[in-house]
Design a protein around this ligand. Sequence first.
Ligand code: IPM
Ligand code: MG
Length: 353
Amino acid sequence: MKIAVLGGDGIGPEIVAQAVRVLDALRTDGLGIELECGLIGGCAVDATGEPYPDATHRLASQADAVLLGAVGGPQYDALPREQRPERGLLAIRKKLNLFANLRPAMLYPELANASSLKYDVVAGLDIMIVRELTGDIYFGEPRGIEIRHGERVGFNTMIYSEAEIRRIAHVAFQTAAKRQGKLCSVDKMNVLECTQLWRDVVAEVAKEYPQVALSHMLVDNAAMQLVRNPKQFDVMVTGNMFGDILSDEASMLTGSIGMLPSASLDENNKGLYEPIHGSAPDIAGKDIANPLATILSVAMMLRHTFNQEVAAKRIENAVKKVLAASYRTKDIDEAGMKSVGTKAMGDVVLAML
Ligand code: IPM
Ligand code: MG
């Protein structure tokens, strides 16, 4: 199992270091794990002038999976668009064809008080958002800012081919078939042609999955339903832009963005695994960031890329035990709990493992 490790910026290196300790422990227990580190994001710009250097692309291409921390920081805000750390993330997704982004939003019962919603609304919440990651208005051409009729105009292109829609739909139906068998496809077909095609193609693919109950929802309604009654959802599938927004909303239902992992997969289940939270520059270097989302990303990696379900469960169970034993980093802390920092959280996860 060749894994490229890209810590990135801000808290990225700190949280990835704890996830690497978990991988090291699994190696000691007999899994054939090889790790190699590389640069992405702002640290890569500092070292090479580019957010996704060729050397990193070679490393990531040759690996079976990539473990990523986070990218970005205020010191890079003034850089030209092509050099922004976020560009590194978009480039690795596009170049490795990581079109299927799985973003689970599940509530750990111990953390129910961290949600801003009422306990009854979120207790038992377990949603999987399947976001298309390499198309849509994020990558559509033409795009730009130019002068027309003496004033500046900005424009982007929302575009999906039916092949792009079909392949993400298959991932979503297969994901739903392994869960509660419910899939909600989110679009804006009342206004946007691109998403009318989305709805039509998803409905065609549905014929191959009679065991999955498909529904369609407009994105504005979906945003509303996610806070009104989120437990109505099992799997949601949507395009890149709507998925970006809805996955942030869904993650916050759980109250603990520091707990949520993600996977971005290509057609052969090669994947990039990262916490869904960002680089949190304000708390970087202070040993207070929560490493659990990154550690849980390793569990997703073992499950989706390496088919090591037993090892994946072992990590997830260790995290559950840590929470049950009242260990909390600052972001999820409450009165009466055992407050720990980033490294100490890594220690207790290893102990439970
Ligand atoms: C995400 C992030 C990225 C996105 C940014 C950092 C480019 O918000 O992974 O959701 O918009 O996809
Ligand atoms: Mg986002």
